[in-house]
Design a protein around this ligand. Sequence first.
Ligand code: TEU
Length: 538
Amino acid sequence: MSPGVGGDPAPWWEEAVFYQVYPRSFADSDGDGVGDLAGIRAHLDDLAWLGVDALWISPFFRSPMADFGYDVSDYCDVDPLFGDLAAFDGLVADAHALGMRVVIDWVPNHTSDQHPWFLDASSSRDSTRRNWYVWREPSPDGSPPNNWVAAFDLTAPAWTFHEPTGQWYLHLFESAQPDLNWDEPGVEAAMHDTLRFWLDRGVDGFRADVVHGIGKDPALPDDPPGVAGVPHCALNDQPVTHERLRTIRTLIDGYPGERMMVGEVYLLTTEAVATYYGHGDELHLAFNFPPLFAPWLADRWRSCIEDTRAALDGRGAWPTWVLSNHDNPRHRTRYDRAAARAGEDAATTAVRSEARARAAAVLLLTLRGTPFVYQGDELGLTDADVPGDRVVDPGGRDGCRAPIPWDATPDHGWPTRPGAVPWLPLPPGADLVNRASEAADPGSVLHLYRRAIALRHGSAALSRGSFALRDAPDGVLAYRRSHGDEVVDVLVNFDGVDVELDDGRLVGAQVLLDSDEAVPSGAFTGVLGADRAVVLRR
Ligand code: TEU
């Protein structure tokens, strides 16, 4: 049984800082140019040094890699590209020995078209597994059964016509990713078995991919014109999805040792996402995407925070915060691009870019809720420029998936066998922006993340405390975190000019963390520097 949300003692996932590992791009142990489980294992000490508590590892299961692992052909095995089950067991054992939890990706909405279930289902209309996927007759004019479009290419239908059996099958993503039909009891039972397989192996939980997709309006109605696109309206808040999540919750909570599930509910309002926590009986956590898409503006962040509180607090649901992941340009890149669109010149961006990323790190790690750091954000990476002939992802997401630069050597820790190259180009500036160089520099972005994580862990106010927005000048976000006698104030300046605060009570407060200084300068003067964030204690 899990302890209650927001309760005392807190379940581990409410106090943890998560770190997302995208295994293809993290670290390569065998020189084939693609990262692997042994590569992750070799760098666990680095992650322990950073201070993160839990890893979410993106898919490493058997897969034809049409969507780089989000097209699974065997949920219960490791793709040879990444290693084997023994390599996974070793990784979990070492992570646990270092006090880190391991959460793996679970892809319940769709399989690969090479999964034995789909090969069987597509072999004949009479297959006993036919109904494990979503098949429909052609419309009278031969067109797809509804107007849904597939993610990644919004001009392509979410349906593929299967010539041999004369029906269309549904795929919200690539045609190589047919949607499972969770209305079929065999699917639900088989997918529960995949959870048990990994729970029995000792994983601490799951990140559930597009989990709202496991319940669909069986009529599969057309998207209304005007909002045709992703997510489809027939995926929003189907009661049956919540029922299925309650069953999954019971399964997970039945295991000893506090296991959990964080869901990717790709519905684009916090209010809709909040319902997937149920009443403490569905997802343990859910990603909240509006902040990930929010521009770097104090007002917009204030709204995101207010919306999150309004949607979650009343349900006793614990928030999550994400700035970047493997599906979107990194936040530093997004903020730079937005600044350029707003007229910021390149020379100014060169000065402000890292400062903004530093301030964002302080924001992420001081909000009330579980922060998720995407690998490489702790180095202040920007997206790689991927030339046309190196593009590999059908979704245009290669830039944020560039390999992690480990050191300042010419290959940056990605030596390859003859004939192999890293599967994507490295991010720009890797001679200076790499793990080893930053580890040696106390003023680096890496050290800032480490200090911010340590501060959060050492402060009940920051990790568990209450949250209150405070009045602040334009361009500044101010909030107070409190727990018992401990009161901590956070000030984030989103603008490129110094701001004088007229809150006299903060002048003279001790600076616990400064986004811009390795050793905070003592007492707060009342002036908050441009693009700067500070954490203060009175
Ligand atoms: O993503 C789901 C999703 O809806 C977003 O990826 C979105 O459609 C996309 O960013 C638009 O460009 C999850 C995984 O995170 C993603 O990597 C997979 O490709 C997808 O599911 C399919 O499994």
